[in-house]
Design a protein around this ligand. Structure first.
Ligand code: PMP
Length: 396
């Protein structure tokens, strides 16, 4: 007899990126598919020292159960960092440590979404957030999105059209998948709309620290006068994703609900990982480390953009992000990326087709390229090969 799984099991498909990642584990593959940081920058030697120090000085506490809210000194550091970078006004009591910011997204679904509720999102948007929310039975309404962020006239019209809306999900800095960032006015206006219509905003910001040029703008939260904006952040892109340590930042009344839900999920995030990161932050200069990451990624982005200019057919458009990990490519509308991806995979070059980043619209002419994880020579070779494949399809 077949087992009867919950409906959500059938609703959620395995992500194309995860499947591709398996393929690209082969060593001779050139992969622009994942969103992986450059592992050569993980501070392994420093972490070895930190680990020893931690186990010597607070070994028992580091291996024990701990509070759901998270390790206080780490929460304190996060609140200060956010206030300084994003012009927020948080204390440690506004911070809940999560198992990656992915868990923060999932818990947001858990506390806000019932079956049939509507989530507004950018078009395109982060596909693992779509899958996390989808498990709670919600529907997505894509809001028109341009180089400045969500088009807020469209959002307002849709808010009026969908009274069952419960949440607005946005990635305002170096968005996944487009690499683009929101302008100041849009940030301010979104906070205003969120207050006016009493709709919470999840401001997901894993890439903000990876700015290579231009100025850091205040967050959407900075403009939030009523407490409806909830932020996420993570150590994945500025330190190491394997720790799975991220956070939620929001008003205490809302965080309480998150804390209770998190208890049902995993009681608390990894105690040792939290204390290890806190020890690293006390012993080393993380800004120095982040500067190295920014420099390497800026080089790789420059290499990628230069090569795209040189070898991609002229009718292909792509974004020029000021930071983050991704470039977003748009082919002429009539071109379907699926056979192009197949041909590239046969050449051992991988990327992610754009289709999965759109929850509802069926756009087949876009794809995402990651530049953080491949050295410059491989970026050159991989794009050279992609250029050849693209010319075959575009010149027909
Ligand atoms: N949000 C966005 C937009 C992402 O791209 C990612 C993953 N790269 C995450 C959240 C989750 O990251 P993590 O769980 O490692 O913090």
């Amino acid at each position: 007899m077949a087992l009867k799984f919950a409906k959500r099991v059938a609703d959620i498909k395995s992500s194309e990126v995860r499947e591709l990642l398996k393929l690209t584990e082969q060593p001779d593959f050139i992969s622009f598919a994942g969103g992986l940081p450059a592992p050569e920058l993980f501070p392994v030697a420093e972490i070895k020292r930190v680990n020893e120090l931690l186990l010597e000085t607070e070994g028992q506490a580091a291996l024990q159960y701990s509070t759901t809210e998270g390790f206080e000194p780490l929460r304190e550091w996060i609140a200060n960092r956010m206030n300084q970078r994003l012009q927020t006004n948080f204390t440690k009591d506004n911070i809940l440590i999560t198992s990656g910011s992915q868990q923060a997204i999932d818990l947001t679904g858990k506390i806000f979404l019932d079956e049939g509720d509507v989530v507004f999102c950018e078009s395109p948007t982060y596909l693992a957030a779509l899958n996390a929310f989808r498990a709670y039975g919600c529907e997505f309404v894509e809001v028109a999105t341009d180089e400045q962020g969500m088009v807020l006239e469209d959002l307002e019209a849709k808010i009026k059209q969908y009274p069952q809306a419960k949440l607005i999900y946005v990635i305002p800095e170096f968005q996944n998948p487009t690499g683009l960032s929101w302008g100041l006015e849009r940030r301010q206006q979104l906070a205003k709309l969120s207050a006016e219509y009493q709709l919470p905003v999840l401001e997901d910001n894993p890439y903000g620290e990876l700015r290579f040029e231009g100025e850091t703008l205040p967050s959407i939260k900075h403009f939030d006068k009523v407490g409806n904006v909830i932020c996420t952040g993570t150590f994945s892109k500025i330190f190491c994703p394997g720790y799975r340590i991220g956070w939620l930042a929001g008003e205490e009344g809302i965080l309480q609900h998150y804390t209770i839900m998190k208890q049902g999920t995993d009681l608390h995030s990894n105690t040792k990982a939290q204390r290890e990161i806190a020890t690293y932050l006390a012993q080393y200069d993380i800004d120095e480390h982040i500067t190295k990451i920014r420099e390497l990624y800026r080089h790789r982005r420059d290499t990628m953009l230069q090569k795209l200019d040189d070898v991609f057919p002229k009718e292909v458009q792509f974004t020029r992000p000021e930071g983050g990990l991704f470039v977003w490519v748009t082919l002429p509308e009539h071109v379907d990326v699926t056979p192009i991806l197949q041909d590239c995979l046969a050449e051992k070059v991988a990327f992610v087709s754009g289709e999965t980043f759109y929850p509802t619209s069926q756009k087949r002419n876009t794809f995402r390229l990651n530049f953080s994880n491949m050295p410059e020579d491989k970026i050159d070779i991989g794009l050279e090969k992609m250029g050849r494949v693209l010319r075959k399809y575009l010149e027909n």
